[in-house]
Design a binder for this molecule. Sequence first.
Ligand SMILES: *[C@@H]1O[C@H](CO)[C@@H](O)[C@H](O)[C@H]1NC(C)=O
Ligand SMILES: *[C@@H]1O[C@H](CO)[C@@H](O)[C@H](O)[C@H]1NC(C)=O
Ligand SMILES: *[C@@H]1O[C@H](CO)[C@@H](O)[C@H](O)[C@H]1NC(C)=O
Ligand SMILES: *[C@@H]1O[C@H](CO)[C@@H](O)[C@H](O)[C@H]1NC(C)=O
Ligand SMILES: *[C@@H]1O[C@H](CO)[C@@H](O)[C@H](O)[C@H]1NC(C)=O
Ligand SMILES: *[C@@H]1O[C@H](CO)[C@@H](O)[C@H](O)[C@H]1NC(C)=O
Ligand SMILES: *[C@@H]1O[C@H](CO)[C@@H](O)[C@H](O)[C@H]1NC(C)=O
Ligand SMILES: *[C@@H]1O[C@H](CO)[C@@H](O)[C@H](O)[C@H]1NC(C)=O
Ligand SMILES: *[C@@H]1O[C@H](CO)[C@@H](O)[C@H](O)[C@H]1NC(C)=O
Ligand SMILES: *[C@@H]1O[C@H](CO)[C@@H](O)[C@H](O)[C@H]1NC(C)=O
Ligand SMILES: *[C@@H]1O[C@H](CO)[C@@H](O)[C@H](O)[C@H]1NC(C)=O
Length: 860
Amino acid sequence: MEKESFQFKFLILLLTCVASHSLVSTQPHCHEDERSALLEFKETFFTIKPPCCSSATSDVQPKIESWNASTGETQSDCCSWAGVECDEVSGHVIGLNLNCSCLWGEMYSNTSIFRLLHLRSLNLALNDFNCEIPPAIGNLSSLTNLNFSGSNFTGHIPRSLSNLTQLVHLDLSNNRDEIPSCGRHNHPKHLDRRFDFIKGEVPSFLGNLVQLKSLSLAGNLLNGQIPSSLGNLVQLTSLDLSLNNLTGKIPSSIGNLVQLTHLDLGYNQLVGEIPLSFQNLMELILLTLRSNQLSGKIPSLLGRLIQLIDIDISFNQFHGGIPSTIFQLQGLHTLNLNSNNLSGTIKLDRFSKAKNLQVLGLSSNKLSLIVETNITHKYNALGLGSCNLNGFPEFLQDQDELFFLDLSYNSISGQVPEWFLNVSTTELRHLNLSGNFLTSFAQDPVIFKWEKLVVIDLRFNKLQGSVPIPAPKMWYYFISNNRFSGEISPLICHLSSIQMIDLSYNNLTGFLPQCLSNLNGTLEVMSLQSNKFIGKIPNLNGNFCALVMIDLSYNKLLGPLPRSLRYCDNLEFLNFGNNQIMDVFPSWLSSLRRLKVLILRSNRFHGIIRKPADGIEFFALQIIDLSQNIFLKNSSRYIGNAIKRAWIFSSDATFHYSMRVIAKGIQMNYLKIQGYLALIDLSSNNFSGAIPEAIGSLKQIVLLNLSNNILSGPLPPFLAKLTNLEALDLSQNQLSGEIPQELTQLNSLSVFNISYNSLTGPIPQSQQFATSENNSYKGNLGLCGTPLSRKCRDTKAPSSPTSKEDQDSGTAMELEWKIVCMGYASGLVIGVVLGNCLITRRRVQRLAKNFGRRKQRRRR
Ligand SMILES: *[C@@H]1O[C@H](CO)[C@@H](O)[C@H](O)[C@H]1NC(C)=O
Ligand SMILES: *[C@@H]1O[C@H](CO)[C@@H](O)[C@H](O)[C@H]1NC(C)=O
Ligand SMILES: *[C@@H]1O[C@H](CO)[C@@H](O)[C@H](O)[C@H]1NC(C)=O
Ligand SMILES: *[C@@H]1O[C@H](CO)[C@@H](O)[C@H](O)[C@H]1NC(C)=O
Ligand SMILES: *[C@@H]1O[C@H](CO)[C@@H](O)[C@H](O)[C@H]1NC(C)=O
Ligand SMILES: *[C@@H]1O[C@H](CO)[C@@H](O)[C@H](O)[C@H]1NC(C)=O
Ligand SMILES: *[C@@H]1O[C@H](CO)[C@@H](O)[C@H](O)[C@H]1NC(C)=O
Ligand SMILES: *[C@@H]1O[C@H](CO)[C@@H](O)[C@H](O)[C@H]1NC(C)=O
Ligand SMILES: *[C@@H]1O[C@H](CO)[C@@H](O)[C@H](O)[C@H]1NC(C)=O
Ligand SMILES: *[C@@H]1O[C@H](CO)[C@@H](O)[C@H](O)[C@H]1NC(C)=O
Ligand SMILES: *[C@@H]1O[C@H](CO)[C@@H](O)[C@H](O)[C@H]1NC(C)=O
């Protein structure tokens, strides 16, 4: 019936066209209801000025802006509109391709496109919808292609998708805020982001969409297990579930997908072994299981999947040897086995059977590699880190196509041979020689000939001599933990693309080159700590500042602090500790909204800490260490307030100190540093008054050092709230009164020092107090009981109630406190880049243990 009327309409159309104008195309005009649905769609969404996504250049009009409501002959035919496709016979809208069309706004089930019931292809990729996928999508039951990739959809995958049984291509990938495939833009109106990713489980009903040839759910925040129902999708050629948070084992039903050519399950949390059923996947070309927690041996069945070109199972926990069947895969282009627990001795020559093998990653396993001298195979990328090599493999001499070479953590010692500096001079971009026993280069200073080199890592060697001259295009220049000496060459200022410089832990001397102030504004990380630099700190990045982290600590720099730092809006971490900087407190840094860590300890900072004139306060500060300076005690309240606010911000005790810059690309960097404020060091200052009550709310403190001040008043019972405290040092103050019984609740406490105060009364006899050493209590003439030899009298003096006066002064002083923290604990170590300030949890415990002892030693 319907069909007939369409045909009728079509005939009429055809006849009128032919009759009136023989040249007009025979394509029917679009249907009025669909035209109005499209126009309504246009009205529903904002369009953002291009470029709103990577490929839309600013001179391109967003497609829907050309859609025209006025009734001109061509304008009114929606079939001629950009991005709209109509069926040639029926005139119905069957395709809508508005990918990357700068659309912004929320979509609901009443949104007009869900009235385009004939749609077969809907592509809204790379727009910004910031809402859940409307259930009305299930009405478009003719859909064969649905692409919602990178369009900021949120929430769960709607059940109604199970209606779309005709689907052949389904792409819901990259709906995750962290991957904005498109550039930044200002939304016409601000709207709170709600979920910011597609989450929940991979729905098992997807197994009903049996026509599917490609399914991508990559780059979301899906969790739970991979449903075994996906094994029903026997037409699938491409399955991409990578970059989610999927757990559990890989269902063996995946082995039923015998048409699969591409399987990517990388970057999840999958466990268990590679299912034996994978031996069915004879068409497989690409297999990526990278970055999971898969274990077991690499199954020899992989060697039977003879179409394989790309295998990446790096960053898992596979153990055992590399099965010999792998060497039968003659078509291999990429074999990445990096970062597993693989063991055994293997000859490099065996890999050359695969004539096209260009990328070979064996680093960070327990392999011993035998490198024959007659290897002629040419590689593009070679990861031979931790392969038990004790010299530079000679075959590298003839490698002229290498762009990536990792020889880190081998036992290569002595001088870097002259020939090595000529390896692949036109191609090499990334070179890692860290963690060896290299002592020098044949020239001094060495000038690298690798014209395209962007990353060099020479860290943790024994290299002496002058600092190597970095290649001009360098992004990452890492030479820390060596014995380089002399001054920094001013050539360093000519690096046009430099992002990270790490020269820390060397023997470098002299002034920092003044030209650093002209450094290109690409620099994000600069670590020069633990050298012997002297003199004034140059104005850093005077023109434009991209710095996220700067560490100049442990040098002999004089200061003042370069005022240009105030323009470093991205600065998160600043450490100028342990220098000889003479300056006043940098209130002018308080406008840096991202600054989390400010360390100025052990310098000659002085004067009164004042609130800056414009009233802006440190907004994100979590760690501030001003200890061992000569600040006057009447410093203003605002640092204390800033810290308190910071504490509320991180009250769940885990702030994610994301060093995004460090996440860029290379393996030695970590996405996130998870840490929490763990140490407060207020020692060796002139703080006076009572211990401020604010401290009682800093529940995560592991180590609290208030020693060597002029604190008075009692030991407040609220200290008992610091239940994570492992070390508490209140020694060398003027504290008085008794030790409150409540402190016996501090179960984690292993170091406790209240020596040299004016405390009185009995020492509480709980386990951790009784086991404390004698030294922890000495210098308090009024204390008695174990472990002191002085016995307590029978008549226990009642603890004197705090006088009104004391309370008042306590509150008043609280506002004048500056809280000084000397570090924080973390789950991940970013290594030298963050240097001393980042310490692992274990280290905190060790510090806690040593801390009391060190203190006592100093006292003696
Ligand atoms: C819509 O059509 C009218 C009449 O032809 C024309 O004047 C106008 O410029 C068109 N608008 C757009 C956005 O193309
Ligand atoms: C949008 O889709 C078209 C057709 O599918 C494609 O040619 C184009 O590259 C896509 N644009 C972007 C930015 O992905
Ligand atoms: C569409 O639905 C949304 C949410 O249910 C509602 O706010 C909006 O007013 C509706 N729009 C129309 C045109 O009915
Ligand atoms: C998705 O949202 C983020 C911010 O939340 C934004 O930066 C990005 O541009 C959006 N994506 C698109 C394609 O507009
Ligand atoms: C679209 O689907 C919704 C349920 O998701 C339903 O309420 C609505 O009636 C459907 N609209 C059309 C035009 O079929
Ligand atoms: C699924 O499609 C049927 C018609 O084929 C329709 O009645 C139903 O509302 C649809 N369900 C959803 C959730 O859209
Ligand atoms: C969906 O669109 C994105 C962006 O244009 C594109 O990269 C992707 O290949 C498309 N997916 C499919 C299955 O065509
Ligand atoms: C990922 O899953 C693990 C285990 O279920 C969970 O602990 C973690 O919080 C999840 N991560 C995210 C970002 O949801
Ligand atoms: C290298 O020499 C070994 C034995 O000396 C031999 O088995 C192998 O085939 C040679 N490889 C090449 C590429 O010539
Ligand atoms: C550092 O350099 C000085 C001379 O400037 C030298 O005496 C010292 O041994 C060097 N230290 C190291 C660890 O190389
Ligand atoms: C960075 O260096 C390049 C090349 O030397 C230069 O063109 C560009 O202007 C510099 N950018 C800044 C911000 O200094």
